[in-house]
Design a protein around this ligand. Structure first.
Ligand SMILES: [Zn+2]
Length: 267
């Protein structure tokens, strides 16, 4: 299964390079554990295609210690639960291609795929094949999954939201800061967020993760998602729209989230 990094000329191991990077949002790392991390596939077979990767640069599961194997198994269980909630998938393909002969795209660093499946999403799942055209942008998928994982890990009951509305985009605020939405148990973060604003805007979509880039420095903090509101703005209810020059009134945390949200629509 192919995994190609940001550059065709990338030197070294793409997994070790991502692990060493501090910008987990750019690297598509959604979670770092003790001995393994979780990364979204840049060229997914299906929406939400994750990989569980040991920190150790090894080719074969027999080279992993028992603790790492146990952590990878535990992560897999947690991730299938998270993915069901986020994506409403009906099943998964979970597995490893060990060695180039088995179709491993990056044989030198073991990785386990978790590919969400929906009934009728494909007639045949190729072991080696071309990637599919996906209906959702990676940045939005990344944001939805990371928000869900961090909500679980830190037992968060709120999510902070950057809603960009209008063109040029203004930022929706609630009182003196970015809106925070209460989360319901067993309802995906992004669904709670969309339903909270659905009366105020004609059209809404999740843009990206807008919290701290590095998963090592986020916790415990409130997950932050950015949304783009387009189409007819119905009303602003208890919210109001903040323009460019008023943003200095926001807290530093809120301002940083707004900057990240704006950067994600410019990409
Ligand atoms: Zn490696």
């Amino acid at each position: 299964m192919a995994y190609v990094g940001g550059s065709a000329r990338e030197q070294g191991c793409v997994f070790c390079n991502r692990l060493d990077s501090s910008d987990d949002t750019a690297s598509l790392i959604v979670h770092r554990g003790q001995q393994a991390f979780v990364i979204l596939n840049l060229y997914p077979y299906n929406t939400g295609h994750l990989m569980v990767v040991p920190h150790a640069h090894v080719q074969d599961p027999s080279e992993l210690d028992a603790g790492t194997q146990a952590e990878m198994a535990a992560l897999t269980g947690n991730l299938t639960r998270v993915l069901r909630r986020v994506l409403d998938c009906a099943g998964f393909n979970v597995g490893m291609n060990i060695g180039g002969a088995a179709g491993a795209g990056i044989a030198e660093h073991l990785h386990q795929h978790i590919v969400p499946r929906w009934v009728g999403d494909a007639n045949f799942m190729p072991i080696l094949g071309s990637t599919k055209v996906l209906p959702e942008l990676l940045a939005a998928t990344y944001g939805k999954i990371r928000a869900e994982i961090e909500r679980d890990i830190f037992s968060m009951t709120n999510v902070r939201v950057v809603v960009l509305a209008g063109d040029p985009p203004g930022v929706v605020v609630d009182g003196a800061g970015l809106p925070q939405i209460s989360l319901e148990p067993d309802v995906a973060v992004w669904k709670s967020v969309l339903s909270a604003f659905s009366d105020d805007f004609g059209s809404l979509s999740v843009l990206a993760w807008a919290g701290q880039p590095d998963t090592r420095t986020t916790g415990p903090s409130i997950p932050t998602l950015s949304l783009r509101a387009s189409g007819q703005m119905e009303s602003l209810g208890r919210f109001r729209l903040l323009r460019d020059d008023d943003r200095s009134a926001l807290s530093i945390t809120d301002q940083e989230a707004v900057v990240r949200a704006l950067a994600s629509i410019e990409r």
